[in-house]
Design a protein around this ligand. Structure first.
Ligand code: PLP
Length: 395
């Protein structure tokens, strides 16, 4: 008999997958330009030229065996060196290559970090709204997911609620900023308070609580907005970084874990990361892309297009009467359903050929997500349909 839990996960209806299938069928019926699909968080900006040139150069080298060969389980020393130096120069820290573990993107990084620190039955706190896969990753590590509610006006962390959710069983806390699905960047003031609460609780309970910073959107911020680097605020921090969005390489599965050298028992935690990576089969991240990162450590995607899209869609929707917090980062707009029902908004929008993601599974009821990482034309062409949707609600 197969594993029932795995079957339940694999067979569970996924709304995003459903929308994706529907979008393809509908595009065939009425034309791609008439379907306003905002469901997927796939980057719409090209990878930097430097990256594509480096890939071309690498695949034309003579030593193809070396290029495509295994690296060490935790990643090639050269790329880990470059990454640690990059973090040190940006955030004034003292990492070495032995604090870095190369992974297949943030999903693998999170699964590994959770497995590395959590024991059966321990709790991991996440802040809603949160990336739905956290539940899968935490449960796979034997943990229990605990949801902390936000301040509903700002979607920032509600410190009182957070404080009340920490128990003797709390082992980890995941912070995702800029946030999927809200686009909110947690302010430095909030981060300072979160870290001070964690310090107090560690002292009270006499054990470590790990902060896991999930940062695939770190480089996607618009305007003069600071995204605090959590190692500078709290010692027991691990960073899950990904190049999926920062270099527009989501299908190539490349990222890393950084373990703070100043955390308690840092070397042991790093070895636990190596062990968790081994037990999950996440060893030797894609070799070619490790080498690409080594050579393109300072490359950046041009985020002007995302900012333009953010401005157009946010300004239009708020003008039509929709309620949403202005996102400072990532490429999502999180919109409150005017009647408080996410699914009915999804259905109503669909009638105007707008495809949105109802977000009840993200730990907060009554919101939909618009992924604005699409061609600007799609946004401009969709505005009439959004206006009609607002009229449906008499806004
Ligand atoms: N964490 C968040 C908040 C995400 O939005 C995503 C992907 O969209 C991931 C993790 C996984 O990213 P990756 O593609 O690097 O595995």
């Amino acid at each position: 008999m197969y594993n029932k839990k795995a079957y339940a996960l694999g067979s569970k209806r996924s709304i995003i997958r459903e929308i994706f299938e529907y979008s393809k069928v509908r595009a065939q019926e009425i034309g791609t330009d008439k379907v306003y699909d905002f469901s997927l968080g796939n980057p719409s900006v090209e990878p930097p030229k430097e990256v594509t040139e480096t890939i071309k150069n690498l695949i034309s080298t003579n030593n193809q065996t070396l290029l495509h060969g295994y690296t060490s389980a935790q990643g090639d020393l050269a790329v880990r060196t470059v990454i640690s130096q990059n973090i040190n120069s940006r955030f004034a820290l003292n990492l070495t290559p032995n604090n870095i573990y190369m992974t297949c993107g943030a999903a693998a990084s999170l699964s590994i970090c959770l497995k590395a620190v959590m024991n059966e039955g321990e709790e991991c706190i996440v802040f809603s709204p949160f990336f739905t896969e956290y539940r899968v990753f935490v449960e796979n590590a034997g943990g229990k997911l605990v949801v902390s509610n936000p301040n509903f006006d700002t979607l920032q962390i509600d410190l009182e609620d957070f404080n009340s959710k920490i128990t003797e069983n709390t082992k980890a806390v995941i912070i995702n900023s800029p946030n999927n699905p809200s686009g909110v960047v947690y302010s430095e003031e909030i981060i300072l308070k979160v870290c001070s609460i964690l310090e107090q609780k560690q002292a009270e309970f006499g054990h470590d609580i790990y902060l896991i910073s999930d940062e695939p959107y770190r480089e996607l911020v618009y305007g003069d907005v600071k995204v605090p680097y959590l190692m500078n605020y709290y010692k027991n921090t691990m960073v899950c970084y990904s190049y999926s969005k920062s270099l527009s390489l989501p299908g190539e599965r490349i990222g890393y874990i950084a373990v703070n050298p100043d955390m308690n028992n840092s070397s042991e935690v790093y070895l636990a990361v190596c062990g968790a990576g081994r037990s999950l089969g996440y060893v030797c991240a894609p070799s070619l892309f490790q080498k690409v990162i080594e050579k393109c450590i300072n490359a950046k995607v041009n985020i002007d297009a995302y900012k333009q899209n953010r401005d157009i869609i946010y300004n239009a929707l708020t003008e039509y009467g929709f309620d949403c917090v202005k996102p400072d980062g990532a490429f999502y707009l999180f919109v409150k359903s005017p009647d408080g029902d996410a699914y009915s908004m999804y259905e109503k929008a669909k009638k105007h050929e707008i495809l949105l993601v109802p977000c009840d599974d993200f730990g907060i009821k009554g919101y939909v997500r618009i992924a604005y990482c699409v061609d600007k034309k799609r946004i401009e062409n969709s505005l009439d349909a959004f206006m009609k949707l607002a009229k449906d609600y008499s806004l």
